[in-house]
Design a binder for this molecule. Sequence first.
Ligand code: HEM
Length: 125
Amino acid sequence: MEYYLPIKNLHMTAVGLSILFFVIRAYWSITGSALLQHRVVRIVPHIVDSVLLICGVILAMMIGPNQPWILTKIILLVFYIGVGTIAIKRGRTPTTRLVAALVGVAIFIYIVGVAIRHDSASWFA
Ligand code: HEM
């Protein structure tokens, strides 16, 4: 378990960067900013999110797979990504994008609660 803490720190750093990029890109999407099409803006979030997921999976393997709250995180991550594509790409109107962005942030806050409490009920546990 020598590498557990560094991987966990990397996971949490990616978590912070992920929500930061999410909010910035959602804002640019809602306001119709051309910055959204910038190459760096299109690529970096995917790298960050890949690091987040890969580190999460490694940590999960290190502590053993039979944790219901880890499954909850994986499922909610899929929703976070799905809602994110509506907020940043697929949403037809700015209002749709705004609502999707807010739902995405809410899901994210819920996932952080699941991570900290080690419980699928998150902040309500
Ligand atoms: C948006 C998605 C995610 C967020 C916001 C998130 C957030 C966090 C946070 C804040 C921690 C630190 C908890 C603490 O120290 O108390 C953490 C730890 C952890 N995460 Fe994630 N995570 C996400 C996705 C994932 C995924 C997909 C997996 C598994 C495949 C995963 C597995 C883990 C594991 C195993 C730990 C270590 C728990 C511990 O040592 O206490 N995470 N996560």
